[in-house]
Design a protein around this ligand. Structure first.
Ligand SMILES: CC(C)(COP(=O)(O)OP(=O)(O)OC[C@H]1O[C@@H](n2cnc3c(N)ncnc32)[C@H](O)[C@@H]1OP(=O)(O)O)[C@@H](O)C(=O)NCCC(=O)NCCS
Length: 146
C-alpha cells in the first residue's frame, strides 16, 4: 500500500531518509521535510507499507523548473530520492512508489518524469530501466574554489 507523507512523523519517513542520505543531521532532515510538506504542488512524497503496515520504502519527487538534462519540457517531475529497506527489496515496492509519483506528476500537468543515479549504482540503473526509464546522458560535475 502507498500512503502520502503528510507529517514529519509519518511512519519511517525520517529514518528511511537518514538511511538514504546519512550525511544530513536529523534537524536538517526535518527542516527539509517541512519545506516539502509546505508545497504539495511542487513536492510529492510517498511511503510504501508492507503487508503488516510497516514502512518498506519511500520516494520523493519535485517539479523542476530549471533545465533537466535529457528532457524536452518544463517543468518536469524529478525523482529526488527513492529507497527501499534492504529486507524489502525485489518485492515490487520501488515499482509501486514510482507509479505513485507518475500519478502525482500527471496530476501536476507533467509529461516527463526524470531521475538520476550515481555511475557506480548499477542496481539503481537496472531498476530504472526495468521501470521504463531510458538513459539520456552521462555527466561529470566539476568545481573550482573561488
Ligand atoms: C533501487 C531500489 C529502490 C529498488 O527497490 P526495489 O523495491 O527492490 O525494486 P522493485 O522490487 O520494485 O523492482 C523494480 C524492478 O527492478 C528490477 N530490479 C530490482 N532489483 C534489481 C536488481 N538488484 N538488479 C536488477 N534489477 C532489479 C525488478 O526486477 C523490477 O522489475 P520487474 O518488475 O520487471 O521484475 C532499492 O534497491 C534501494 O533502495 N537501493 C538503495 C537506494 C538507492 O540506490 N536508491 C536509488 C538512487 S537514489
Amino acid at each position: 500500500m502507498i500512503i502520502v507523507c503528510n507529517s514529519v512523523e509519518d511512519a519511517g519517513w525520517l529514518s528511511m531518509r537518514q538511511a538514504l542520505w546519512p550525511e544530513g543531521t536529523q534537524a536538517e532532515h526535518i527542516e527539509e521535510m517541512m519545506v516539502l510538506l509546505a508545497d504539495s504542488k511542487r513536492y510529492g512524497q510517498f511511503i510504501a507499507l508492507d503487508k503488516h503496515s510497516e514502512p518498506a520504502g519511500f520516494i520523493e519527487a519535485a517539479l523542476r523548473y530549471d533545465y533537466v538534462n535529457g528532457t524536452e519540457t518544463s517543468p518536469v517531475a524529478f525523482i529526488e530520492g527513492i529507497y527501499v529497506k534492504p529486507n524489502c527489496r525485489s518485492q515490487g515496492f520501488a515499482r509501486q512508489l514510482v507509479d505513485a509519483v507518475v500519478r502525482w506528476a500527471r496530476a501536476q500537468g507533467c509529461v516527463e518524469l526524470a531521475s538520476d543515479t550515481q555511475l557506480e549504482n548499477v542496481v539503481s540503473q537496472d531498476v530504472h530501466k526495468a521501470l521504463g526509464f531510458v538513459e539520456t546522458e552521462r555527466v561529470v560535475y566539476f568545481r573550482k574554489c573561488l
